[in-house]
Design a protein around this ligand. Structure first.
Ligand code: MLT
Length: 251
């Protein structure tokens, strides 16, 4: 049966990061790329702390609305935290998991403190400052050199997110638990994608997830940084297409 693939975007971004993905994968899956609660065009109420579980519940509700019981659930970075929260709560609804440029571990203490600072900055100084602070770490040097327009697009997309949502999501990420155990227990296949120049999620974090999971494969995209889907969409989509083909053959 044709799978549904739902992809959650990262922080502090919106569904436009997946521009091109539904078309690139349409022969293999029905692709859903929602704005997560409070991001982009989504205007649902956002609590002061936006936990990953709330965002996972939103994905489950979205699948329910579409009459989809099991799906390939994926996300990039924060979206990966959401996908893992989904897999923890509803493992039977996960046909497969796609984790991109993300990690399964919780934040160490100093990273948690940095989240509190991010939340404070978003609320008091605005999201443009958050975008400017994050930008240097999002794209590889190669991408910045070869695609100068991409940095400006990503910067503008992050700067236009609502301060309250950005602060709430930062606090939600700080509160997330270690979900490596989810990977150890999940029987569904897992695809892990990362960029070899991802400074925010260095390669060992992806290797650790692959080693923890029961059934995982890791694709490392050369020349890509943290936004591997936007930096090398050709290689990114090929990795997902190959995985979906493998899934179809196995069922
Ligand atoms: C993201 O891209 O979603 C963020 O870098 C995730 C994080 O800050 O942990």
């Amino acid at each position: 049966m044709r799978p549904t693939l739902v992809l959650a975007h990262g922080f502090p971004q919106d569904a436009t990061v997946w521009e091109g993905t539904p078309a690139a994968l349409h022969e293999h899956a029905d692709v859903i790329t929602p704005d997560l609660r409070g991001f982009g065009a989504d205007d649902r109420e956002v609590p002061n702390v936006l936990n990953m579980d709330v965002l996972a519940r939103d994905l489950a509700d979205l699948l329910d609305e579409r009459g989809v019981h099991r799906a390939v659930v994926g996300g990039l970075s924060m979206g990966g935290y959401v996908a893992l929260a989904f897999a923890e709560r509803w493992p039977h609804r996960v046909q497969a998991l796609v984790l991109c440029n993300t990690r399964s571990t919780a934040d160490p203490v100093e990273a948690r403190q940095a989240r509190f600072d991010t939340a404070e900055t978003a609320l008091t100084k605005g999201t443009a400052l958050i975008a400017r602070g994050m930008m240097p770490k999002l794209l590889s040097a190669k991408t910045r050199r070869e695609q100068p327009g991409l940095a400006a697009r990503v910067d503008a997309m992050m700067a236009r997110q609502r301060p309250h949502t950005v602060a709430a999501a930062a606090l939600g990420m700080a509160a997330r638990p270690d979900r490596t155990g989810v990977l150890r227990a999940l029987e569904a296949p897992v695809l892990i994608i990362t960029g070899d120049a991802d400074e925010l999620m260095p390669l060992p974090t992806s290797v650790a997830m692959r080693d923890a999971a029961l059934d995982a494969r890791l694709v490392v995209i050369s020349g890509a940084g943290h936004l591997s889907n936007m930096e090398r969409p050709d290689a990114f989509h090929r990795a997902i297409r190959d995985f979906l083909t493998e899934l179809a053959q196995a069922t």
